[in-house]
Design a protein around this ligand. Structure first.
Ligand code: TRP
Length: 354
C-alpha cells in the first residue's frame, strides 16, 4: 500500500488581533512541526469575507498574521507562507467540492449555526460554503496533517467526507490516470486521489480559555480586553491581565485530576505548560500546593519571556510591509505550482478538456 507523502497545512484568518489562544493553539504548533515536516502555512484572506465583506484594514491584517508567523519562527524559505487569494486554485477546487459535498452535510456544521445566529437568511452563502473552501485549502496540496484548534475538528471531518466521496465517485477514473494511491476503506483497498486528513489537536493547551471565565474560549470578540492576552500587548499589559485573571481561593493541586471542576485553574496551568513546553503534570509537580499568589508571578515572568521577543519582532516586521509582501508573493508563486499540478490531475479525473 502506497502512503501519501506527509504534508502539513494550516490556515489562520486575518480578522482581529492575534491573541495567546491563536499563538498557543496554532502558531506555536506550526513552528514545532517545521522540524520534521514539509509545511504550508496560509493566511486565509478569502475566508475573512464570509462573516463580513468589507474590511478597511484587510491588507494590514494579512501582513500582521504573516509577521506573527515569521516572528514566531516559521521559516518561509524552507516551508511555504502565503495568502490564499494569490492562489486561485483554492477557489477553483472549492467549486468542485461544492458539487461533491451534500447540503445535509453542510447543515450539520455547528460553527455555521453559531456564526449565522438567529438570522440565518441574512448569512452569506460564503459562510455556509466556508468548510468546503477549507477542505479545498488543504486538499489542493493533498496535505495529510492539519494542526488546528479543537473547534475545527468537525470541518476536518467534512474534509475527509469530501475526499472520500470524490475518491469513491471517481474511483474508476483515478486508476487509469495512474495517479491513484491505495488507501483502505474498511477491508477494501481503494485507489484514492485525496488523502484522509488527520487533525493535529493535542498539546497541553489545545484550547486557551478566557482569563475572566474559564468555561469560555479566549476570543478576539470578547468585549473585555482583560479576557485575553493580545500578541501585541506590552509587558505591563500582560502582567496586569494575568494578575487580574479569575481564579478560585484554593491552592493548586499536585495532580492533574485535581483541576477537574476548576476551569480557571486548569486554564492557567495549561497556559503555563504550553508556554514552558511542559505537560500540566510537570507544572503541577512544581507548583502543587502553592497559592495563586506564587503561581501568577511565575506565569507573568514566563509569558513575558516567551512573548516579548515575538512582539518586538512583529513590530519590526510591520515597519517594512514591502518585505512582508515579497515573502507572500514568493510563497504564493511556489504554492501555485503545487496547486496547479493537483488541479490538472483533478481536471483529468473529472474529464474536463484541457
Ligand atoms: N477555519 C479555520 C479557523 O477558523 C481557518 C482555516 C481555513 C483553516 N482554512 C484552513 C485551518 C485550512 C486549517 C486548514 O481557524
Amino acid at each position: 500500500m502506497t502512503e501519501f507523502k506527509p504534508l502539513v497545512f494550516s490556515g489562520v484568518q486575518p480578522t482581529g488581533n492575534l491573541h495567546l489562544g491563536n499563538y498557543l493553539g496554532a502558531i506555536r504548533k506550526f513552528v514545532a512541526l517545521q522540524e520534521n515536516n514539509d509545511c504550508i502555512y496560509c493566511v486565509v484572506d478569502m475566508h475573512a469575507l464570509t462573516a463580513q465583506l468589507v474590511h478597511e484594514d484587510m491588507a494590514t491584517q494579512i501582513r500582521s498574521i504573516t509577521a506573527a508567523f515569521l516572528a514566531a519562527g516559521i521559516d518561509p524559505e524552507k516551508h511555504i507562507v502565503f495568502n490564499q487569494s494569490q492562489v486561485p486554485q483554492h477557489a477553483e477546487l472549492a467549486w468542485i467540492f461544492n458539487c461533491v459535498a451534500r447540503i445535509g452535510w453542510m447543515n450539520r456544521m455547528t460553527q455555521f449555526k453559531d456564526k449565522a445566529g438567529k438570522d440565518r437568511e441574512q448569512a452569506s452563502l460564503g459562510l455556509y460554503a466556508y468548510p468546503s473552501l477549507m477542505a479545498a485549502d488543504i486538499l489542493v496540496y493533498r496535505a495529510t496533517h492539519v494542526p488546528v484548534g479543537d473547534d475545527q475538528k468537525q470541518h476536518l471531518e467534512l474534509a475527509r467526507d469530501i475526499a472520500m466521496k470524490f475518491n469513491m465517485d471517481f474511483h474508476d477514473k483515478i486508476v487509469p490516470t495512474g495517479l491513484g494511491i491505495d488507501i483502505k476503506v474498511g477491508e477494501e483497498p481503494v485507489h484514492a486521489y485525496f488523502p484522509m486528513v488527520e487533525p493535529l489537536i493535542d498539546g497541553p493547551a489545545p484550547r486557551v480559555m478566557s482569563l475572566k471565565d474559564g468555561t469560555k474560549k479566549m476570543s478576539k470578540s470578547d468585549p473585555s480586553d482583560l479576557s485575553r492576552i493580545n500578541l501585541m500587548d506590552d509587558q505591563d499589559a500582560i502582567a496586569k491581565k494575568i494578575r487580574k485573571a479569575k481564579t478560585d481561593p484554593d491552592a493548586l493541586p499536585s495532580e492533574v485530576d485535581g483541576l477537574k471542576g476548576r476551569p480557571e485553574a486548569d486554564n492557567l496551568v495549561g497556559i503555563f505548560a504550553a508556554l514552558a513546553d511542559k505537560s500540566k503534570a510537570e507544572v503541577l509537580s512544581e507548583f502543587g500546593g502553592q497559592q495563586f499568589s506564587v503561581f501568577k508571578p511565575a506565569l507573568i515572568d514566563l509569558a513575558i519571556e516567551v512573548l516579548a521577543p515575538i512582539t518586538t519582532e512583529m513590530r519590526r516586521l510591520m515597519e517594512d510591509p514591502g518585505h512582508i509582501d515579497a515573502v507572500l508573493r514568493d510563497g504564493s508563486a511556489r504554492a501555485r505550482v503545487r496547486a496547479e499540478k493537483t488541479m490538472n490531475e483533478v481536471r483529468d479525473i473529472i474529464g474536463f478538456v484541457r
